[in-house]
Structures are given as C-alpha cells and as structure tokens.
Design a protein around this ligand. Structure first.
Ligand code: 3PG
Ligand code: MG
Length: 349
C-alpha cells in the first residue's frame, strides 16, 4: 500500500495547522451519543501541540445537512464542547460544520481557499472521510503542504492487513442504512471475502433485488414492529413474510444464531453497519449478537463505521476486537482496493 508522508516529518513549530478530522459522530437529542471519533482525533492534536504548533484549527463535517433548519441540528457546538472536555488547550479551535458551506461537497476551490487562509500546513486525519473528494479533504491539499495524521496512518496500517494477506475464512458483515453507498462497494468485495453476511436495511434491498454477482447470507427471520417506535409491539416472522403494515427492525433469533456461527468460525472479520435499529433495546439483539460473536471468534477483527462502533462500545466489547476503525464507507472502499482521494493527494513518504 502507498504510504503518505507523515505529520511526524513536518516542522510544525510556530505554525498554524489546519487539521481535517472526522468528527462526524452519532448525535442524539442534541448531544454526542458516541465520542469514539473525537477521542480518536486526540493523538494528532496532542502531537501538534507538543511540537509547538502556534494554532491548531480542526475542521470536520457533521451529518448530511440539507436545509436551513438542519443548521441547528448539525452545529459543531456539542462536538466542540466534548473535544474541549477531553483536550483543553487554547491553541485548538474547531471550525463550524464544513457542509454548511455549499462548496464543500463539490470540492469548490473557493471554499478550500477559505479553509486554508492563514494556515501553514494541512494534516489529513479524517480517515472516515478520505473516500470523499471534498474541499476539506482534497481541495485544501492543493493549497497547503499536506501530511497524514497519526490516526490516518494507523488506520491504513490495520486495514492494510485485511487487504494484503487475510487469514481465511474472511467474513464480511454488512448492514446499516447507507444502502446506496455500500452496495457498489460490496460488488467488488465478493472475491476478497469467503462469506458475505448482510443484515439491516441493506438486506431488505438485496432481498427485493440482489445485483451482487455472488452468494450473500441474508436473514431468514425478522423482528417485525407494529410501528417505527422504540416501544412498538413486536413479533418474529419469516423474513419473506413480513405482514403488511409491519416493519422489520432487527434480524430474528434463527438468523442471529446462523450469522453468529459463521462469524465465530472466521479467522478474519470486517464488520460495518448494524443489523437493525440497535439504538432501541427491543431491536438491538441482532447487532449485539454480531458484536458478541466477533468478540468470541479470536479472529483478526476490524469493526468500522460510526454506528457499529457505537454498538460495540455500548456492549462493552471494544477491547475484544483487533482494531476499531473510525471509517465505515472509507474502510469499505479501501478494502475494495479503491484509491482514496483524501489519501492520494498527500505526497508519498
Ligand atoms: C461517515 O460517517 O461515514 C463519514 O463521516 C462520512 O460521512 P458521509 O457518508 O456523510 O460522507
Ligand atoms: Mg457512517
């Protein structure tokens, strides 16, 4: 794998450093529901402070804001407050959500100029976002000398192990909601993995129409809810016979058992995306079963993506996996063998 040059070779003393972190954390009722990505950004920030940086400007996107009302919902303020609790140093500032600027997702050079203004160098540490060619991940690297942060380096190292010589069986577990994003990626992963297990919303999509050129293990039963609500009445039904008006919000007990057996038999595992609406205890069993099976497997295991990591933390199992990745989509694209635009723009070591 191509290794980008490290912040460790940069001269940061007395410099104003722009850091792209991925602080896109799960939010709930206006507060940070899981701070894994914030904590993961700390080593690079601390490194820069320890090496005499004059100012460290941290930027990130949060969510996918579209409307004016979304501005309140996706303000960086709660993230900023959490970061301050973890690292209080006056030299660190957190810029507002990069996606509040319409130029960001178009990689608009004008917005990149705005971000780079007054900065001496750029440190890319947002592994979770390097699959996006946006102003803050790619545009700024054309304007400032660019380096890889410590987290980005670690991520490339650990995920590289899945790419280069995984022990078999290699089991890929996929779920979650960003179905359109992930289907394309899965297309190319069939050859790398021995078994692909799919649950959650993504499974529903595949059941209706499976465009993948390989066999996928899909659910056989489902926890069906009377409404999309935390306290909805539930019933276990066959996966292909969810009664009209009911919603499948988790995988059922038979599926948990089968998926668990596959996962426990693996030597290498990558998991991205929950099996259901795990934020609600009634629909968390499937996701928890996957987390437990990974913990019990003894395999080299990587768990990536905001929601899967949150589920893992809530189950208290984060220490039982080999690497907790801050990347969901980014990790999948890396595994697919794609060049990540936010990594490609950093000169080689
Ligand atoms: C993620 O959570 O997957 C990353 O932060 C990227 O977010 P995005 O899918 O909205 O670009
Ligand atoms: Mg995500």
């Amino acid at each position: 794998m191509r290794i980008p040059r490290s912040v460790r070779v940069a001269d940061v003393d007395g410099k104003v450093v722009l850091v792209r972190a991925d602080l896109n954390v799960p939010m709930e009722a206006g507060r940070v529901a899981d701070d894994t990505r914030i904590r993961a950004s700390l080593p690079t920030l601390q490194y820069l402070l320890d090496h005499g940086a004059k100012e460290v400007r941290v930027c990130s996107h949060l969510g996918r804001p579209k409307t004016e009302e979304d501005r309140a919902k996706y303000s960086m303020e709660p993230v900023r407050a959490r970061l301050r609790e973890l690292l209080s140093d006056e030299r660190v500032t957190v810029l507002e959500n990069t996606r509040f600027s319409p130029g960001e997702t178009k990689n608009d050079p004008d917005f990149a100029k705005e971000l780079a203004a007054g900065c001496d160098l750029f440190v890319e540490d947002a592994f979770g976002s390097v699959h996006r060619a946006h102003s803050s991940t790619v545009g700024v690297a054309a304007l400032l000398p660019a380096y890889a942060g410590l987290l980005l380096e670690q991520e490339l190292l650990h995920l590289g192990r899945l790419l280069e010589s995984p022990e078999h069986p290699f089991v890929l577990v996929a779920g979650g909601a960003k179905v359109e994003d992930k289907l394309g990626v899965l297309q190319h992963l069939g050859s790398a993995a021995d078994t692909v297990v799919v649950g959650g919303k993504m499974a529903e999509e595949l059941r209706a129409d499976n465009p993948l050129p390989f066999h996928v293990e899909l659910p056989s039963d489902v926890v069906a809810a009377s409404a999309f609500a935390e306290d909805a009445e539930t019933q276990v039904v066959p996966y292909d016979a969810v009664p009209i008006g009911r919603l499948g919000l988790d995988i059922g007990p038979k599926t948990r058992e089968r998926f668990g057996t596959i996962v426990r038999g693996a030597r290498t595992i990558f998991w991205n995306g929950p099996m259901g609406v795990f934020e609600w205890p009634r629909f968390a069993e499937g996701t928890n079963a996957i987390a437990r099976a990974i913990a019990e497997s003894g395999a080299y295991s990587v768990v990536g993506g905001g929601d899967s990591v949150r589920a893992l933390n809530e189950a208290g199992l984060e220490d039982k996996v080999s690497w907790v990745s801050t990347g969901g989509g980014a990790a999948l694209e890396l595994l697919e063998g794609k060049e990540l635009p936010g990594v490609a723009v950093i000169p080689e070591a």
